[in-house]
Each structure stands twice: as C-alpha cells, then as structure tokens.
Design a protein around this ligand. Structure first.
Ligand code: ADP
Ligand code: ZN
Ligand code: ZN
Length: 737
C-alpha cells in the first residue's frame, strides 16, 4: 500500500500520508508524522490504500513507533462508530480512549516515545556446536551440554530467570562462542483461575438467572430489574464465570469510580487475579500496563471499571455487565465525544458478538421500553436476598406538620420520633438532602439583596466549615459577609438548607448522637470517601447525613431508618426526566435501609403528598409508574419516542451569541421545521463568564436518525466557519441526559 490515513490527536478529520517506505505497516500501528509547517505529531494508522489525496502534497510517515499495532480492528470499529454517532472526530475519541503513555500527541522537537514494553534478559544460541563437538562436550562438561540442549528445545532462546544454570556454566558457553546474552520484551501472562467459588443462588435468583440465560439465547441484551439487595451481583457472577471459563473477556461497568474498589474486592474473592479494575484515577503507568497486557496477551480477564474501560483492547469479549444502568453518570458531558457509557457498552458488545446484561433496581425508561418492545429480554426479581423485608415508606406532609406545630427546623415530628427511637435502640440512620453546603443562598431580610457569583448566573452557597460563600458551578469563593453590602444595615440570612445545616441541626436536636457527613466537600478523594464509608459501616457513627453519594450501591448492615428531608426539589427540576430521576433517587436511597434482618423505614418529607410519584414508590409500583410516564413521554414526543440533539452555544458577549444562535436556528429550521425548539436560554444562562443558549432538535423515532445527525453536523460546521458565529463555541450533544 502506498498511502495511510492517520488519526491525529486533533479535532479534525484524518489526513493522508505516504507509507510505501515502511515495510508491512499495519492498520492500528502508531507512527510519527510531520504535520503543518514544523510540528511533529504521533498518530495511528486508520486505513491503508492506494488513492492519492486530491489536493496538496503528500508527506511521508516519518517513523513507526512500535513493532505491533496499538489498536485492534474491533477498537477501530468502535471508535469509528463513536465518532460518527456522537458527531465527534476520531482524534477526539483517541484523546479519551488511550492511556496517556501510549496516547499520540504533538511532539516538541525530538521524537519522544514515553512508553516501551518491559524487557527481560535472555540467553540465546549464537553458534550451535557440531555434532562431534557436542558429543565431546557432553562427556567433558555435561552441565554445559545440558544447557545447550535446553536452549535447543526452546527454539534457541530462554529467559535468564528460567534458567537455573550457574553463571560459570553460562560464561563458559559464551566464551566458547556457542551462546550470547540478549534482551527481549516480556509478555505478561493471564493468571489461570485456581478455583472459582460462586455463591449458591436462592431459588428466586436461580429463576432470574435461568430467564436471563434463555433471554440471551434470543436477544443480545437482557435487562435485569432487581430490587435493591436482591443480589444482582451474585446473579451476574454466574454468567461471568461461564464467559471466563470459555476464555473470554468480561467487562463489568459501574457508573462511578468510587464503586469499583468494593466490587473489585468482592469479585476477586471469586475470580482471583483475573479481576482488574480500570478507571481514570489509576496512575498513567498502571493504566498503560493494563492496556498493554490486554493488547499483547489472549483474552480471559474480568475488567471492573467506569466508562473509560470501554476503550480497552478486548480480544474476545464475551459479556458486558452494566450495573445501575439508569445512572446518568454514565453520560460523558465534557469533552467530546459526549457518549453514554451504557449505550456505548451495548454497541461494543454487539461489535464483538457478545451479550449484555443491564441491571438496575430502577431501570431507565429507555431500557424499560426496550424490554417492553421485546428488543431486550426483560427479567424481574422482586424479592430481596435472605427474605429481608422491603422498607416501609412513609410520606410525611410538611405543610400539615407546619400547621399543627409538628415541625422543628427542617424535620417533621414523624421523622424526629423515629430518629429518637433508632438512637435508643442503637440502630443507624441515613438522612438525605441533595444539596451540599450550609445553605444554597444568603439574603438580606431588609432589602432582598442576595449574594451571586460574579461569573455565573447563580446564587452563592454558604459553607459553614470554611466560612465562605461559594459558587457550585465555577468554584468561585469569597469570605462570608456579616452585613448586607447593599443597605449595610442588616445581617444576612441563610435560606434553604444543605447537608452542613442538617448536620448542625441534628447535633442540636440530638446532642448525644454521633453524626457523620458524606458529600463531595468531605469526600474530596477516593480515600476520604472510603474512610467515611468504612467508619459508618463499622458503627463509628449513628447518623450519616449525605447527598446523592449515599444513594449509590452502598451496603450498610445497621441502617434501619432513612429520612429524605425534602423530596420537593427533586420533583421540581425543570427537565422532562425530573420525575423519573426523583423516583430513581428516592428508591435508591430507600434501598439502603434494612438490608439484613431488620425491616427498614423510609420517611419522605414533602409538601406535595398527592404527587403520583409517591404512590408508585412501593417497589411493585414500577410497572404502573413506568407505563404512565411512558404515555406522557409519548404524548409530548419525548425520548424514548423521539431522539434529541441538543446544541449548546457559548460566548462572553450576549448580543453576539444571540445573533449566532438565531442564525443557526434559522438554518436548522429550514431543514427540520418544527422539530427545532429554541434558541432558548437555559435556567442558568451564564457560567464562567460565558453566556449560554440552547437549541433542541427532536427527531421522531420513525425518521432516520443517522441522516438527521449528518445534516446537523453539516449545518453546524458551516456556522462554526461563518463570521456570524466567530468565536462562539457550538457544542452538539446527541441523546443528552
Ligand atoms: P443488589 O446489587 O441487587 O442490591 P447485592 O448483590 O449487593 O444486591 O446483594 C445484597 C447482599 O446480599 C450482599 O451483601 C450479598 O453478598 C448478599 N447476597 C445476595 N445473594 C447472595 C447469595 N446467593 N449468597 C450469599 N449472599 C448473597
Ligand atoms: Zn460561578
Ligand atoms: Zn440589604
């Protein structure tokens, strides 16, 4: 072949280079090229062909970097799908897909290759003695002859560490010119499984597994809807063992890095050293090693990871498990490609001919709808493992409590009484409030002034521990103000409440209770997070106050009461998914209660007790709830009955932004008509000094989505290049969440 299209680490299409001077260059190999006037880049061969580019002079590839391909053909397929589906480029996919030590980048001057495979010392035959000489050697120095025979039997080369001969024997053979020392790249080995001890499944679990098995015989994807604590992980392990036994790779995805540690340990007890956790918080070297190990050896690993684990070089992928499939953390929002980890996982599996199991206690309406339509095999498991009872849900009316004088600070009597009772019995409590900090805003009671971020259109939150007012969008912070800077007469009042305030109030109401807080302020690192979790699990505190963080996958034996302090702000979010999300969050938090022998209670405080969401909260209520929600979505033509493309425009000058957005809106309308909504200003219309405007395009499911995406890409590219949109960032998000 004479030409190669090379993926360069740029948000641009691939460029063509001449390669006939590089022998046997393969697709997927890393190379260095000169690009632009002076810069040298490393990149990856996407395609080899004989078609000279129509324009411009073709430069030759400078050098190949390794003597093996960095990408498998399947990875190239996966990257290509991702770039095309999410209106991204292969260069952008490459930037998030490869671990940094082997990731192509712009080179400064000298070509620098930061990673090479580890090597080992070897002994190698140089000149084999003649039969006669060998005969003589066998008689006079049998151990030297034995080493030569060993080398011969191993194709003329063995690792020094595998050779037990004395160094005197080796030196003698070297001196005689028979052998020499050398080095070679050492290939990692997959550890065989010594023993697999799978948990024995309960009867309900076995039935679910059977239905997954039979479902996967006809569908590629199974959706396991299993209530919290039903033992979904145990069910997965049986399928995992099956795949590993056939020499296949398995990918087990979780939505958050913090969930990998516990899970990896649990799976290692069953599958030993084959279990490897992979995510973006590992060191660059560790990530590169895992990548290279997988690239250079055969399949047979169980990778536990966050969404970046989708990009590893699987050799023979047999099974993908996506746990907590409903979780919106699976969606990458920044940078491009803005992909959904769950959807990409289903795609990856299908490229490999592998099966996917999606699991959740609160499935997304998208997946639920796919199961209803027979696209996925739907399996439900409604009983908890070990027969523990589902938590009892109590909807507590905040308005009524206020009226009756049964509310102290942010707690209704119904909740306070139960906290008291648990504390007396020595049981644990989780209090959930989906806001961190002390208060979401501070206000002057006299003139109404509120503290706002100078860079974003939001109020500043008050943080007690640091005595600051902080912006949760850009991180801006100022020391707390004592007096209103506007009328200068009055002290500022904190309005609303976050986890810090809950912590403070609980300490006042129950002075002897040991209170612990878990939110992103205190769990700033993985180890801090693990410390808090462990401390609570060990009984080091009575009450855990936390944000969403507490809702995810944690398993506390001693918790028998959950308090949800304000469900209203979950329901009221301005998003067509708000009710679905609220339902998921409430049930996930509720699932932390009474996971063993004690039945738990969940008190949900709200001022909107008649909201249909609350009737659907008993775990059996899902079918009905989902059906109603789906009908509503269908009526307003929202996903899963349509596909959305969200275009976000950003610029620091509002007038310029408005002009660019309206021009783009006009072009889109010319093609898509009334499918285009906007431009509209979102609720928070300025972040980090950038004003924000959005356009949504709704494509009905019956229309060809790929064509719609292509048209959008074309129009957006035109506008990016036009003077009207000069300097305006235009970002496309496919299937936004
Ligand atoms: P889920 O993910 O469905 O919420 P888990 O898989 O975390 O549930 O299981 C809940 C608890 O029950 C865990 O502590 C788990 O070890 C235990 N468990 C579930 N199934 C079994 C089983 N078959 N054998 C032993 N323990 C089990
Ligand atoms: Zn800000
Ligand atoms: Zn004032």
């Amino acid at each position: 072949m004479t030409f190669a299209d090379i993926i360069l680490p740029l948000a641009q299409p691939c460029y063509t280079f001449a390669v006939s001077h590089i022998p046997d260059l393969k697709v997927g190999e890393a190379v260095a090229v000169q690009f632009g006037q002076r810069s040298v880049y490393t990149g990856i061969v996407l395609r080899l062909h004989n078609n000279p580019p129509k324009r411009g002079k073709v430069k030759p590839v400078l050098k190949r970097l390794y003597n093996f391909a960095l990408l498998t053909p399947k990875q190239i397929e996966f990257w290509s799908w991702m770039a095309s589906y999410y209106l991204s480029t292969l260069g952008e996919v490459m930037r998030i897909a490869l671990p940094s030590l082997v990731k192509p980048h712009a080179q400064s001057e000298e070509l620098y290759i930061p990673y090479s495979l580890p090597t080992e010392r070897v002994l190698r035959v140089k000149n084999m003695p003649t039969a006669e000489e060998f005969e003589r050697l066998s008689r006079r120095a049998p151990r030297r002859a034995a080493l030569l025979s060993l080398l011969n039997a191993n194709g003329g080369e063995i690792a020094r560490r595998e050779c037990s001969a004395d160094s005197s024997i080796i030196s003698a053979l070297i001196k005689a010119g028979y052998i020499e020392c050398g080095e070679r790249e050492c290939k990692p080995q997959v550890q065989p499984i010594s023993h697999t001890l799978l948990p024995t499944l309960s009867e309900a679990q076995s039935r679910a597994l059977e239905r997954i098995d039979s479902g996967l015989a006809v569908c590629n994807v199974a959706l396991l809807h299993g209530v919290t604590s039903s033992g979904k992980t145990e069910i997965y392990t049986h399928r995992i063992a099956h795949a590993l036994a056939q020499g296949q790779d398995v990918l087990f995805l979780v939505p958050e890095i913090s969930l990998t540690t516990q899970l990896t340990e649990r799976l290692q007890q069953m599958f030993g050293q084959r279990v490897i956790s992979y995510h973006s918080k590992l060191t660059p070297l560790r990530r590169t090693q895992i990548y290279m190990d997988m690239l250079l050896t055969d399949a047979g690993r169980l990778i536990v990871g966050a969404r970046s684990a989708l990009f590893l070089p699987y050799k023979n992928l047999g099974l993908v498990v996506v746990d907590e499939e409903h979780d919106s953390s699976y969606k990458q929002t920044e940078p491009s490609p803005r992909y959904h980890g769950r959807d990409a996982a289903v795609m990856l599996a299908s490229l490999h001919g592998a099966k996917t199991i999606l699991g959740s206690a609160t499935p997304s309406l998208e997946s639920f709808n796919n199961a209803m339509a027979g696209k996925y095999a739907g399996v439900t498991l409604m009983s908890r493992y070990g027969g523990s009872l589902p938590p009892k849900i109590i909807i507590s009316d905040t308005l009524r409590a206020v009226k009756r004088g049964e509310r102290k600070s942010h707690f209704n009597k119904e909740l306070l009484d139960r906290i008291e009772e648990r504390l007396q019995r020595g049981e644990q409590i989780i209090l959930f409030q989906n806001r961190r900090g002390y208060a979401p805003y501070v206000e002057c009671p006299r003139c109404g002034w509120t503290a706002r971020c100078p860079h974003c259109n939001v109020t500043l939150s008050r943080h007690l521990k640091s005595s600051t007012l902080r912006c949760h969008y850009c991180g801006y912070s100022v020391t707390e103000l004592q007096y209103c800077p506007d009328c200068k007469t009055s002290q500022l009042e904190a309005k609303g409440f976050g986890t810090e305030k809950v912590e403070e109030e609980i300490a006042t109401l129950f002075p002897s209770a040991r209170v612990l807080r878990l939110d992103s302020d205190v769990a700033s690192s993985e180890s801090a997070y693990n410390r808090i979790i462990q401390h609570f699990a060990d009984g080091g505190a009575d009450i855990l106050v936390g944000t969403q963080i507490v809702a995810k996958g944690l398993d506390f034996k001693g918790v028998t009461l959950i308090g949800i302090l304000n469900a209203d702000n979950l329901i009221l979010a301005p998003d067509f998914r708000a009710v679905e999300r609220a339902w998921q969050t409430l049930l996930q938090v509720a699932g932390r209660a009474g996971r063993r022998d004690k039945a738990g209670e969940v008190v949900i405080q709200t001022s909107d007790v008649s909201h249909p969401l609350f009737a659907a909260l008993s775990e059996q209520g899902y079918q009905h709830f989902a059906a109603t929600q789906l009908r509503e979505r269908q009526m307003f033509n929202y996903p899963p009955f349509s596909r959305l493309i969200r275009i976000t425009l950003r610029h620091h000058i509002p007038a310029h932004l408005a002009q660019a957005a309206s021009a783009l809106g006009v072009s889109l309308r010319a093609k898509f008509g009334s499918r285009v909504l906007g431009p509209v200003t979102p609720l928070i219309d300025r972040i980090r000094d950038q004003y924000i405007v959005q356009i949504i395009i709704k494509i009905e499911s019956s229309a060809p989505f790929s064509r719609a995406r292509a048209i959008v890409a074309e129009i957006v590219a035109e506008h990016r290049a036009s003077p009207t949109a000069k300097g305006v960032a235009i970002i496309c998000d496919i299937d936004p969440v």
